[in-house]
Design a protein around this ligand. Structure first.
Ligand code: MG
Length: 228
């Protein structure tokens, strides 16, 4: 339904219009679990501040947050978005193409926790090399946030200054992830907790975490760490 709605109502090649039409659908037609307009602005600002060249999203859903990131990321940047559900991935690809950002965004069907297949695909086919990943957006299976973060760190893709943004920390909730970020604040990560609301309403509270990677203790980069 969303795909038909966007293709019928959003101007082709206009990313702003695609975002507007999806927000309208989410508020007035049928609830969507994408990040939404209020929390989407937090994501926009993280991308604008970071000026990433390589971005990874976990949980494409219908492509809404990918549209938002593609709109504000630098012209030469590339976003790889991983989606578990094949049907969702197809909808997202169609919407991204309609909005004219399909050359900047690649949707990959899979999950980082699939035993290595998706990670190998990113390494071999998409040039994910150590220290290359500037921004990550986590918005998939809430129970997988922490384990998938560990896979990303273990792959060595992050560098000091890489930023990880995570949605839905309160609703539905990602307790282990939040606890990890709190426990390692000032050592491995520096985290800002953005107080906000769950998507497409203004009553239920939610948190978006924005965490800057500081590098490991044994890192030889010489990057200084902020005082607590
Ligand atoms: Mg979400």
């Amino acid at each position: 339904a969303l795909k038909k709605y966007v293709l019928a109502r959003a101007r082709p090649g206009d990313v702003d219009d695609a975002i507007r039409v999806i927000d309208h659908f989410g508020r007035h037609v049928s609830f969507l679990i994408n990040v939404g307009d209020e929390k989407g602005k937090i994501l926009d600002r993280a991308v604008e501040r970071t000026q990433p060249r390589l971005l990874l999203e976990l949980g494409t859903y219908c492509g809404y947050s990918a549209l938002r990131m593609a709109r504000v990321m630098p012209r030469e940047a590339r976003l790889y978005s991983v989606e578990f559900n094949t049907a969702n991935a197809e909808i997202a690809r169609r919407i991204l193409a309609h909005a004219g950002v399909d050359a900047k965004v690649t949707v990959i069907v899979g999950t980082l926790g699939d035993g290595g297949e998706t990670i190998r695909t990113l390494k071999r086919e998409q040039n994910f090399v150590p220290g290359s990943l500037d921004l990550v957006f986590l918005d998939h299976d809430k129970k997988a946030y922490f384990s998938d973060l560990e896979l990303i760190v273990d792959a060595g893709w992050l560098h000091p200054g890489s930023v990880v943004v995570a949605d839905n920390i309160l609703v539905p909730g990602a307790r282990a992830y939040r606890a990890h970020m709190r426990h390692n604040d000032g050592t491995l990560w520096h985290t800002a907790e953005h107080r906000t609301h769950a998507e497409y309403q203004s009553v239920i509270k939610d948190l978006v975490l924005e965490s800057e990677y500081l590098g490991t203790q044994t890192s030889s980069t010489g990057t200084s760490r902020p005082e607590r």
